[in-house]
Design a protein around this ligand. Sequence first.
Ligand code: DC
Length: 228
Amino acid sequence: MRSSRGPIVAIDGVAGSGKSTTARRVASELGLRYLDTGAMYRAATVSVLRKLGKAGISDPSGADDKEITGVVAESDIEISKDGRVSLNGEDITDEIRGSSATEWVSKVSAVQGVRDLLVPLQRELSTEGAVVEGRDIGTVVFPSADVKIFLTADLSERARRRAVERGESSVDDVGRRLEARDKKDSKRDVSPLEPATDALIIDTTDMSIEEVVGRVIAQCAKAGVTGE
Ligand code: DC
């Protein structure tokens, strides 16, 4: 039996698999909040980079996990219902998508202390029900989610999509960066990227976004999550 919270649709998967677009559209169709947990880890990363700098978090003799956790603990990270992200009251929605945040987010998000701070916030923001997007939503954040989806796609197709989305000319470069980030996210000790045993795995390589959304909505209907 579900607790007092609203319905949770967990959408996990690799970068470029179509998670964000799918999650946003499913949320809008079901009248639920959309929560991008990756944006929260990105905001934490911006905060760490501002306080400690790149050297501080790349050098093993520099910032250790405790220091990184300490910075995040003092950061006021907010994410509005329309997806704007702020750090200590400053809007950083664009900055979190920049190359520095993207380069360092795997490092910061692999720190257990950081996850211990952000996971309760993710649960709190979803109490009225939400479509929650991330890497560990079905496994760690909401192991009893009403619906669990895991999206995958071939690396070359994911790189092509990302390059178009970000206006980058070298699909190969984008592909190499995606592959490196996938590896870090999957190989880490804490909350690694992996499908929950009860997740529906959808390979989106040859699917349109409409088809993916349709499959997720059908899965939600099966679970009795139909929106108002
Ligand atoms: O979804 P994204 O690419 O914006 O996520 C950025 C990074 O944040 C991703 O490389 C891994 C991390 N992340 C995580 O560890 N756990 C989540 N639930 C969401 C994202």
